[in-house]
Design a protein around this ligand. Sequence first.
Ligand code: NI
Ligand code: MN
Length: 226
Amino acid sequence: MKVIYYGHSCLGVETGGRHLLFDPFISSNPLAKTIDAGKIPADFILISHGHADHIGDAVTIAKRTGATCLSNFEIATWLQARGVAKVIPMNLGGAVACDFGRVKLVSALHSSSLPDGTYGGNPGGWLVDAAAGNFYFSGDTALTLDMKLVGESVKLKWAALCLGDHFTMGVDDALKAADFIRCQQIVGIHYDTFPPIQIDHEVAKTKFRAAGKRLHLLAVGESHTF
Ligand code: NI
Ligand code: MN
């Protein structure tokens, strides 16, 4: 399963012959100037919550690629009203079967207004059960005991955890989250993009290493195969 980092919380995941795209925020990301949002492949776009740094390029990419957008009910219907043809409106705790695997919308502790001020429902994270392995994408969230439910329910191959602090978990809470979800291989997201969420990479990696875990802080455009 190949994972490519497009900056901030945006990840591309290739699994089962499909391209999954999480939280596309590229054209307005000052650290993603090397990425062309007009060329990113997507069969499914998964949106964790309504904030602009997560839904940024979703409409444009969905229209270009014809991708199916998965999100909560409020965000999915907002996308539909903006001309996105294929949406799957979900809500917390629910899962849907897609051709590449099963996708569950799990809880996140955050907020979720849309860029135009529309109510964006509740924020979420994603639990993906694919043939090549299970993985969890935290979205924006505080550390929450609900993460233990993820760890109890599936064996994760890897997980993307927010760790930039200020708006979400910081590094120390992300390390606790990695314990809660029982996962050793962590991809960091939601860090460095803006001054309040800049982190010290070596300090963060060392903390994970000391706990017997591996923290991948991928460069923008870099990929890793799990
Ligand atoms: Ni947010
Ligand atoms: Mn965010």
